[in-house]
Write a protein that binds this ligand. Structure first.
Ligand SMILES: CC(=O)SCCNC(=O)CCNC(=O)[C@H](O)C(C)(C)COP(=O)(O)OP(=O)(O)OC[C@H]1O[C@@H](n2cnc3c(N)ncnc32)[C@H](O)[C@@H]1OP(=O)(O)O
Ligand SMILES: CC(C)C(=O)C(=O)O
Ligand SMILES: [Mg+2]
Length: 514
């Protein structure tokens, strides 16, 4: 099995993401985590670009011992000198010099002829080699370069002392087939190519960075460059976690290994996301919030029966505790039943049906039904007495205006099964509801205490109301939850009244037993 080095450039190309600016301490924290992740080389920055970057690269080089630390430099003596000052204390000082080789870059940006570019590259690699034991040279914009020119310049820089040659797809233009062929061509045509490691560095402008990196490996690359979460210039770089997991999951096809500790992926991803402020999209491969989440009933049923039906990666492999069954509009009974069990409830068939209906009802109103919501539904269903005569809210309407007295109209099923409707007013909407319920309920009911809280957060969080009443002089408490505060208030009131009804019936039953 061939070994592929992982070269992480989160702290250099990743930091080039528009809007990202890491301070020294943040860079060091990420560097320590990259070491834990098992990368072989980390590019800590571009020392000549600023004093801050210089300090960060220096501190990382002097601290990290588990992998090689490198820094970027243009083909300029002063960039190379600065890089040496920053990196010389490292375990294995290594420099990364780049110079563009495509006609577009040479003509318009560098304003140099191809011969001048070869001359500069050779001169700078030789100069760097006087200081650094390892010199990596990159042919910037390699994919839009003339292949025979690439072969020529690569041969020269190897002779000048480069030990790693990187062929970047700087603008994310290439396809896997083309990128693979470029590596093959270079391998077959550069006479001294066996003296170096070939490296792939892909950008994601056309969404092919990971596929291109894998194609490069299959065609001779023994180092892949990328970033955590795929952050980087423009649309980003190849995501290292995706390449690492693809090599592992498809080892039937890719006979290569890396030193990556896959279990560290989740933590690394979280840390990079938090410190850079680059949020990971929910559907991002391997580390997205939904990467191990199942919402549709058929998938949930399949995964509950056998996880491999719909999961090709085990969450624990990348440091995620477990998959997630998201209960939502598309979920079915199997997953719901499982959640009921997980929460420790034992519902009989009719209660299970009732709870499932309440849940499905809620999915029509809320984007995501959270565990807290579900817990509330299940607690309500579990603690509701079956088949007992009770008051049940059928429908209600509240009219509220800043200048009118609020009015509630309520339709209720009574314990005898008949329906009754009434309307009344109050100082506020809740009081209007309670006054109306009072009119509809037999007996003397007084509200002693009312408390409102929300279950979970966000605009669509469920409301939970707890009340204390006296019903015919007896204290009773009640609880109700609903998406609407007024509906939760009505449920809580009726819940307390129904509890006193239940107590009455228990007393009658106990007397009959005696
Ligand atoms: C593909 C990549 O990701 S390359 C890395 C890109 N990263 C960055 O640019 C981030 C850090 N960069 C910086 O802080 C600044 O650009 C600096 C400090 C490096 C240079 O700043 P300035 O001196 O103001 O130059 P500026 O950035 O405007 O222009 C770049 C200059 O470098 C030259 N240049 C570009 N690449 C190279 C190279 N590989 N070797 C030598 N010179 C180069 C350009 O031709 C231009 O030269 P000119 O001034 O003679 O026209
Ligand atoms: C500096 C080089 C390697 C680079 O980032 C690129 O070409 O994308
Ligand atoms: Mg790049």
């Amino acid at each position: 099995m061939a070994h592929v080095n992982v070269f992480d450039t989160t702290l250099r190309d990743g930091e080039q993401s528009a809007g990202v600016n890491l301070n020294r301490l943040e860079k060091i924290e990420i560097a320590k985590q990259l070491e834990r992740l098992g990368v072989d080389v980390m590019e800590a920055g571009f020392p000549a670009s600023s004093q801050d970057d210089f300090e960060a690269v220096k501190e990382i080089a002097n601290t990290v011992r588990g992998c090689s630390v490198t820094g970027l430099a243009r083909a300029h003596r002063k960039d190379i000198d600065r890089a040496w000052e920053a990196l010389k204390g490292g375990a294995e000082p290594r420099i990364h010099i780049f110079l563009a080789t495509s006609p577009i870059h040479m003509t318009h940006k560098l304003k140099k002829t191809p011969d001048e570019v070869v001359e500069t590259a050779v001169e700078m690699v030789s100069y760097a080699k006087e200081k650094f034991p390892i010199v990596q040279w990159s042919a910037e914009d390699a994919c839009r370069s003339d292949l025979d020119f690439l072969v020529h310049i690569i041969e020269k820089v190897i002779d000048a002392g480069a030990s790693v040659i990187n062929l970047p797809d700087t603008v994310g233009y290439t396809t896997p087939d083309e990128y693979g062929k470029m590596f093959r061509y270079v391998t077959e045509n550069v006479p001294n190519i066996d003296k170096v490691i070939l490296s792939a560095h892909c950008h994601n402008d056309l969404g092919m960075a990971v596929s291109n990196s894998l194609a490069a490996i299959e065609n001779g690359a023994r180092q892949i460059e990328g970033t955590i979460n795929g952050i980087g210039e423009r649309a980003g770089n190849a995501a290292i976690e995706e390449i690492g997991v693809a090599l592992e999951i498809r080892k039937d096809r890719y006979d290569y290994q890396t030193n990556l500790v896959l279990k560290e992926i989740k933590r690394t991803s979280d840390l990079v996301s938090r410190l850079t402020g680059m949020m990971v999209p929910g559907n991002k491969a391997v580390v997205g919030r939904n990467a191990f989440a199942h919402e549709s009933g058929i998938h949930q049923d399949g995964v509950l029966k056998e996880s491999t039906t719909y999961e090709i990666i085990t969450p624990s492999m990348v440091g995620i505790d477990s998959n997630r069954m998201v209960l939502g509009k598309h979920s079915g009974r199997h997953a719901f039943k499982e959640k009921v069990k997980e929460f420790g409830f034992e519902l009989n068939e009719s209660k299970l049906k009732e709870a499932f209906e309440s849940f499905k009802n809620l999915t029509g109103k809320k984007k995501e039904v959270t565990d807290d919501d579900l817990f509330a539904i299940l607690t309500d269903t579990q603690t509701e007495h079956d088949n007992l005569p009770k008051y049940k809210l059928q429908a209600f309407q509240v009219q509220y205006g800043s200048i009118n007295r609020p009015t509630a109209t309520i339709l209720l099923t009574q314990p005898n099964g008949e329906e009754a409707e009434k309307a009344n007013t109050g100082e506020g909407s809740v009081e209007a509801i309670y006054n109306t319920l009072d009119d509809l309920i037999e007996g003397d009911v007084h509200l002693i205490d009312y408390q409102l809280s929300s279950i979970g957060r966000g605009r669509d969080a469920l409301a939970e109301v707890h009340v204390q009443l006296t019903v015919n002089g007896e204290k009773a408490s009640g609880r109700g939850s609903a998406q609407d505060v007024l509906e939760a208030s009505a449920h809580a009131f009726l819940n307390a009244v129904n509890r006193t009804l239940y107590r009455e019936q228990q007393k009658v039953y106990q007397k009959a037993q005696v």
